[in-house]
Write a protein that binds this ligand. Structure first.
Ligand code: CGF
Length: 829
């Protein structure tokens, strides 16, 4: 009886699809309906949040319709699908993107205008779920957008953190963190599914025995259980399917234990409930350094277990055999954060579904694929054997079993003791710990890096032994970005100009931007290109003043570095150059300096002292520069607090120059680099991550390259890098560094920046001093080109025209072809 199509249900009640219609009248009617009957508001008493919520609910209905239709189609076609497991997502505001995807921006604007309301004000009202730290989480959300657009049967699983990434405020120049209460005014986009919930076990011990049929069995007797409940958010594709991001919230298995009858136990039961809910309370705010926190391991296991149980339910619900699981699901591990899934799937198959080890291992290894996102040693996750054994005793046994079989295989192949120790899932040096990247690699059928360079380094360095053993397992998928969000929604001026010239094809096929090439030298087109940029810069100027009180001139060159604050990203290299400019201006040597506003934004991990000191340095230099009449006509410095997706959408469209200046070999890919270039910013950058491919695409003559290559960096290190030598021998470096501790910054405090000063002089682990001259020289070239606006604009147009490769649609297509072997199933409307 449930085999009827959705259309026929609508027909049977005489409603037709128009109940979620997309005309101006439909939207207006639905919006008022939501306002009155969902929120219970009369017009005179509505708050901005009510208006936003009513609009969001109106659009959510329409998104859900797409999603329901997609599910219907996926099910009918019994399609193979993808589950994307990610501990982080950064979806950004949903409303604008959904309006674009439904193609109803104009209709909605008009519907609201007829009610004397303004769409932009409503859009501005929306906050965002900060359920990630940076690149990795935002990538996951770009992928959701593209999965939906391409019609890939898919689902994104994650964690519904009650508090996302902290809110950053700047107080007396320092970063201060406050909690992000993103659910405070409600979240109209999600739907709670109380009926979709699973029990997840923790702690306790295992019991091994042989059953009546001589089968070896293991019971896990946990010491606590927690329930995970699904919260679904529909993610729309562009004029296409809808998919679901399913996030798990932790709850006590029983909120109140009714067997207790005395007050003391009642309170204990309440405490237990609170403890359980702690698991999904807060996101760990470190992007590159995971410090072995117990709660973090619990979070990872919790969401992985819920997700796998859910997939098994979805798979078997339709009468399919569990042994065919891998034929229906490819599971992508977004970094090692969900890699405990390898052991969990084994446990579910072997212990709970009684599949023999060898067969279960075959299924597991044909199910998972693993994306590595970093080469930084401090970011490669490890869990001590003692912690893992205490929280997940059965999983530790399974990991040991996987390892002993794997090492046996290596021994059979004649591997040496050294090699075996290097490849083992257990690191025996110091306190024994489980290497999660090794578990993910052994348990997956494919492993990929996120840019050509990164994938190459992954194979030649971090996972070198594994790449030798299984060369076919390793591949690359260069990251991409949701260009619809980051150009069409964020930069409507540019999007309209592009569409006017080449049509709308670029929205679904970014490569067609190449048709813009022929206009690169067209003077009229160049002028309009500049007009759009100026408009965006003027809008950002207002925002900057509102946020920081600093007035900047939109005619200046906007030179921007926005990303997490990290030594390897070298925000401080940009600052050293600004100090050099300041000193030059003070010396009266202002020739060749193009008037510039240097804009920074980004969060530092709360426990990362040097990163926080770098923020303090930026704000100190900003105060010095902005308050000095002699200087501030030529340069200004801004630190925009609380960088997030919404702010990013204002910043990228207004940038002239994009700073991608990490030490080569450290940034796996970067995705901000792509968003800037797509918005017409030129890049100054090193040969790191995806910069390499961006430069290949846009052409060397349209990219400001500087600094050492990965190989040169290694060579410098091998030769014994002595940063002090650069200080001694390079007058400019000496002057800039001495300035840091001169007391001229930060009200005469000579000690404040000493830790940075010493760090650079004594270790300089990211070789700023070695790359400094080359960076400064490139900046001179930037100024020169900027002074020739026609030349600059031509380069800017060519940059955009040649960025076709960097859509996340292309990345997802690569995943489908190279890894998942999944085909699109598009809904027919
Ligand atoms: O992932 C990153 C980012 N920090 O989240 N890595 N991690 N982990 C890399 O550092 C970026 O280079 C990369 O673009 C991003 C997404 O792959």
């Amino acid at each position: 009886k449930h085999n009827r199509s959705i259309e026929s249900y609508f027909e049977s009640i005489g409603a037709g699809a128009s109940d979620v219609g997309l005309s101006k009248e439909d939207i207006k009617k639905a919006f008022l309906h939501k306002l009155f009957y969902h929120l219970g508001r009369v017009p005179a008493l509505t708050t901005p949040n009510d208006l936003y919520t009513a609009m969001a609910l109106t659009i959510r209905d329409r998104a859900l319709r797409k999603f329901v239709r997609s599910i219907e189609e996926f099910t009918q076609q019994d399609a193979r699908g993808v589950a994307y497991l990610s501990a982080e997502y950064l979806p950004g505001p949903h409303l604008g993107n959904n309006l674009l995807n439904l193609h109803i921006v104009e209709e909605t604007k008009e519907a609201l205008a007829e009610l004397d309301l303004d769409l932009d004000e409503i859009l501005d009202q929306e906050g965002e779920p900060g359920l990630g730290n940076g690149g990795l989480g935002r990538l996951a959300s770009c992928f959701m957008d593209s999965l939906a657009t391409l019609g890939i049967p898919s689902i994104g699983y994650g964690i519904r953190y009650e508090f996302g990434i902290f809110k950053q405020e700047i107080k007396e120049g320092w970063q201060m963190e406050t909690t992000d209460k993103w659910l405070h005014s409600g979240n109209p986009w999600e739907i709670v599914r109380p009926e979709i919930s699973y029990v997840v076990k923790f702690g306790g011990r295992t019991e091994h025995r042989t059953n009546g049929q001589n089968r070896y069995e293991v019971d896990w007797l946990p010491d606590s259980e927690i329930k995970g409940t699904a919260y679904d958010t529909p993610i729309l594709g562009y004029q296409s399917n809808g998919i679901i991001m399913r996030l798990w919230k932790a709850e006590a298995v029983e909120s109140f234990d009714f067997s207790v009858y005395n007050i003391g136990d009642y309170y204990r039961a309440v405490e237990k409930k609170l403890r359980s809910e702690n698991i999904t309370k807060v996101l760990y705010p470190n992007d590159e350094n995971l410090s072995g926190k117990e709660l973090r391991l619990k979070q990872q296991y919790f969401f992985v277990s819920c997700s796998l149980q859910d997939m098994i339910r979805l798979h078997t619900m339709q009468g399919r055999k569990l042994k065919k699981f891998h034929e229906k699901f490819a599971i992508q591990l977004n970094d090692t954060h969900p890699s405990i899934a390898v052991a969990e799937l084994m446990r579910l198959l072997v212990d709970e579904h009684e599949i023999e080890w060898d067969e279960a291992w075959d299924i597991t290894r044909q199910t998972f694929a693993y994306t590595n996102h970093t080469l930084l040693p401090e970011a490669l996750e490890k869990w001590t054997v003692s912690l893992l054994g205490r929280i997940l005793p059965r999983h530790l046994e399974i990991i040991y079993e996987i390892n002993s079989r794997f090492l046996e295989e290596l021994r059979d192949k004649g591997y040496s003791g050294d090699q075996i120790a290097r490849m083992s899932l257990i690191d025996e040096q110091g306190e024994p710990s489980v290497r999660m990247a090794h578990l993910a690699t052994v348990g997956s059928f494919k492993v990929n890096g996120v840019s050509e360079l990164h994938s190459r380094l992954l194979k030649s360095q971090v996972l070198n032994d594994f790449a030798d053993l299984w060369p076919g397992k390793f591949t690359n998928v260069t990251n991409g970005v949701a260009h619809r969000r980051f150009v069409a929604v964020s930069n409507p001026g540019l999007a309209n100009l592009i569409s006017e010239k080449i049509g709308f094809g670029w929205l679904t096929n970014l490569s067609s931007l190449s048709e813009l090439e022929k206009f690169a030298k067209d003077e009229k087109f160049q002028q309009r290109w500049r007009d759009v940029k100026l408009q965006n810069k003027t809008a950002l100027t207002r925002f900057i003043e509102e946020q920081t009180g600093v007035k900047v001139d939109p005619d200046m060159l906007f030179d921007v570095q926005v990303k997490r604050i990290h030594e390897y990203k070298r925000q401080h290299l940009m600052v050293l150059h600004i100090i050099d400019l300041y000193l030059r201006i003070k010396d009266g040597k202002t020739e060749n300096i193009a008037p510039s506003t240097f804009i920074f934004a980004g969060k530092a991990a709360p426990g990362y002292f040097l990163a926080k000191l770098i923020i303090r340095l930026i704000t100190a230099v900003a105060d010095l520069v902005n308050d000095d009449e002699e200087v501030n006509k030529l340069i200004k410095v801004v630190f925009l607090p609380n960088f997030n997706v919404k702010q990013a959408q204002r910043v990228y469209p207004a940038a002239d120059l994009s700073e991608q200046i990490s030490m080569a070999g450290k940034e796996a890919s970067g995705t901000g680099n792509m968003k800037f270039a797509l918005n017409g910013a030129l890049t100054i950058g090193t040969l790191d991550g995806a910069n390499v491919e961006i430069r290949e695409e846009v052409g060397d003559e349209n990219f400001f390259l500087f600094g050492q290559t990965t190989e040169e960096i290694q060579q410098t290190r091998r030769e014994g890098y002595r940063p002090y030598q650069y200080y001694e021998e390079n007058e400019k470096i000496k002057r800039v560094l001495d300035f840091l501790v001169s007391g001229e910054l930060a009200n005469g405090d000579k000690d404040l920046f000493k830790p940075l000063y010493h760090n650079l002089l004594q270790q300089d682990p990211y070789q700023l001093l070695k790359d400094f001259d080359s960076y400064c020289a490139k900046k001179e070239e930037v100024f020169k080109v900027w002074n020739d606006q026609e030349e600059w604009t031509k380069k800017s147009i060519l940059n955009v025209a040649r960025m076709g490769k960097f859509s996340s649609d292309r990345s997802i297509q690569d995943y489908c072809d190279r890894i998942w072997q999944v085909k699109p199933v598009k809904i027919q409307e």
